[in-house]
Design a protein around this ligand. Structure first.
Ligand SMILES: Nc1ncnc2c1ncn2[C@@H]1O[C@H](COP(=O)(O)OP(=O)(O)OP(=O)(O)O)[C@@H](O)[C@H]1O
Ligand SMILES: [Mg+2]
Length: 252
């Protein structure tokens, strides 16, 4: 079996002052071919897991191994953040430059691309997302859905090896959602998508990992069984869902 790209190995994580941990002895893996949905109720830890993978939070116990290397310190996570693209749940956490072009070109520039190359990548990414003409727009004046798409552009412009998308469809209209489905279906990289939208996952992922607040349940389940949606349009391969993910244990 191919080496996993991301390994979360028996971690325990609690927010400071919290009465109980979000994760206890929790494990998760993402392989090079995986297109994984991450589902679970509000507060079950989906965003927290993505932030742990990116090193924005650190576990109190356990290991995180990315691209074969254990990552512990800020220095370890710097290259990780250049190769794993995280779409934040909240677009305002993602966008910080005055204009759209600056925001989208920021990643490529940070990766060492020349200003001309970064601009070219940014413009091409904006076009791919149907955002041509947005380059000089003032970021904070964009609508919620526009901010969502520009955020995605900032992530895709980095040409990541792995994508972590935290509720990418929130605030998007149906047409834009469909465009996003097409874009994701054309991605040839592994990804994790957090979403509360079964239909969207049905069209974009192969398997789902279902997080619960206080227990683990690992079993392959048809998406239809979870969502009772047997009659949806054909998708490209959403076949099963697993509860809890590999070796997930929460609160014992
Ligand atoms: N900065 C924080 N400080 C303290 N507790 C937090 C913090 N962020 C999240 N939590 C708590 O950690 C738990 C997991 O939160 P998280 O945001 O990961 O859930 P989620 O599954 O992404 O939820 P949602 O579907 O609402 O986005 C929740 O109980 C939440 O209240
Ligand atoms: Mg969340």
């Amino acid at each position: 079996m191919a080496e996993p790209l991301i390994v979360v190995d028996r971690i325990t994580f609690a927010y400071p002052g919290a009465a109980s941990p979000v994760f206890q002895n929790f494990s998760f893996q993402l392989g090079p071919e995986d297109h994984l949905g991450l589902i679970g109720p509000n507060g079950s830890g989906k965003t927290t897991l993505l932030h742990l993978i990116m090193g924005l939070l650190r576990p109190q116990a356990g290991r995180i191994i990315i691209f074969g290397n254990e990552v512990k310190t800020e220095k370890d996570f710097v290259p990780v953040r250049q190769q794993i693209g995280l779409l934040f749940q909240n677009a305002d956490d993602q966008l910080f430059c005055p204009t759209v072009l600056e925001d989208v070109a920021f990643g490529p520039l940070n990766q060492g691309k020349s200003p001309a190359a970064a601009k070219e990548i940014a413009l091409a990414t904006l076009e791919r997302l149907g955002l041509s003409g947005f380059e000089d727009r003032v970021t904070y004046k964009l609508s919620g859905g526009e901010k969502r798409l520009v955020s995605l552009a900032t992530v895709l412009a980095m040409q990541p090896r792995v994508l972590l998308l935290d509720e990418p469809t929130s605030g998007l209209d149906e047409k834009t959602k469909h465009r996003l489905i097409h874009i994701i279906q054309e991605l040839h990289i592994p990804f994790v998508i957090v979403s509360h939208e079964p239909d969207f996952l049905h069209h974009t992922v192969h398997n789902c990992c279902h997080l619960h607040l206080d227990h683990c349940e690992i079993k392959p389940v048809m998406l239809e069984e979870i969502y009772h949606e047997k009659d949806k349009v054909p998708n490209r391969g959403a076949t099963s869902c697993c509860f809890g993910g590999p070796d997930r244990l929460v609160n014992g």
